[in-house]
Design a protein around this ligand. Structure first.
Ligand code: AHR
Length: 318
């Protein structure tokens, strides 16, 4: 016969069991990635996968191949699977209200990483973690303003390779850059087109820019390093010297950009840090535990001109 003390102990253990199980159960995170369009994106995906493993988070990862409809499908499947938290890097800024309302109705919190969204109701996502893209555009332009101040020329014609149409980094990097170059009327954007954040498209669009011979191109502003690297090939194939005949400014700070700077083919890169994995996992745990978190968390980033490339290259982590 079980005595009273033993019965009470058993009862207490049975009552505590669900709470203990909940504590021990690994958190499941459904992540929808934009695609694999750039060196930056590859580093970002690797960081998320490694950090999930390290943090004991069960990660469900889907690559949307740069298509919003694939991201919507992935988010809906995470809702159906009842994951604990959803995180995604939205390919474009708008068109998310419906699916985010579905996640909210299912009681699943959503974290935005890398790219932001435009929604009527900001409570549809809990928090954003990533870069300040407007500031990145401003940093790129400030570097050019300083250089232009030292260059005694009448005009500096700029061509711009934009990122994916409608994406937060393309919109914000354009805005930040334009805001700052206004200070010097010598700086004019003469052509601007999307290179979709890829090397192949960056090369193709740069070739088209170079073929239009009505105006001399002095500067290339590329919204990411991959497009700049593609454009460098186009410039060389046109018989010009990238980094010398055409000044090249880009964003990300990937290893490929540092190699191009070391070779004298790229003039400056503005850092955009893809290593968001560890912070995302910590944030996911806090969000699931219903702790208060900041609505917008941005990371600190630098500017690397070609002069420091050789010294910095061995320290680069992506
Ligand atoms: O959203 C971040 C941007 O997306 C990176 O600058 C670019 O390389 C990537 O494709």
């Amino acid at each position: 016969m079980m005595n009273r003390i033993a019965r009470r102990t058993l009862l207490a253990a049975a009552l505590a069991l669900p709470a203990l199980t909940a504590l021990a159960a690994p958190l499941t995170l459904g992540f929808s990635q934009v695609g694999a369009e750039s060196e930056w994106r590859t580093a970002n995906s690797a960081s998320i996968k490694a950090a999930a493993k390290e943090a004991g988070v069960t990660l469900k990862f889907a690559d949307a191949q740069q298509k919003q409809e694939n991201q919507v499908k992935a988010i809906r499947s995470y809702i159906a699977q009842k994951v604990d938290v959803i995180a995604f890097s939205p390919v474009v800024e708008s068109g998310w209200d419906t699916v985010l309302k579905e996640a909210k109705a299912a009681g699943i919190p959503v974290i935005l990483t890398d790219r932001a969204v435009k929604v009527a109701d900001e409570s549809l996502y809990v928090t954003f973690i990533g870069s300040d893209f407007v500031e990145e555009g401003r940093k790129a332009a400030r570097w050019l303003l300083e250089r232009a101040a030292k260059t005694p020329s009448a005009a500096l014609n700029i061509v711009e390779l934009q990122g994916t149409v409608g994406s937060a980094p393309a919109l914000d990097r354009k805005r930040g850059f334009e805001e700052v170059i206004k200070a010097n009327p010598k700086l004019q954007i003469i052509r601007s087109q999307s290179g979709e954040f890829t090397r192949a498209k960056g090369k193709e669009v740069m070739e088209a820019f170079l073929k239009q011979r009505d105006k001399k191109i002095d500067v290339l502003y590329a919204h990411n390093d991959d497009m700049a690297i593609g454009a460098i090939q186009a410039i060389e194939e046109a018989g010009l010297k990238p980094g010398v005949d055409i000044v090249i400014i880009s964003i990300d700070g990937v290893r490929g950009a540092f190699e191009a700077m070391k070779a004298g083919k790229l003039n400056v890169t503005v850092e955009c840090n893809p290593l968001l994995g560890p912070q995302l996992m910590a944030l996911a745990k806090e969000v699931v535990a219903k702790k208060a978190v900041e609505k917008r968390i941005t990371v600190n980033e630098g500017v690397f001109p070609a002069e420091v490339a050789a010294k910095e290259l061995p320290n680069r982590k992506y």
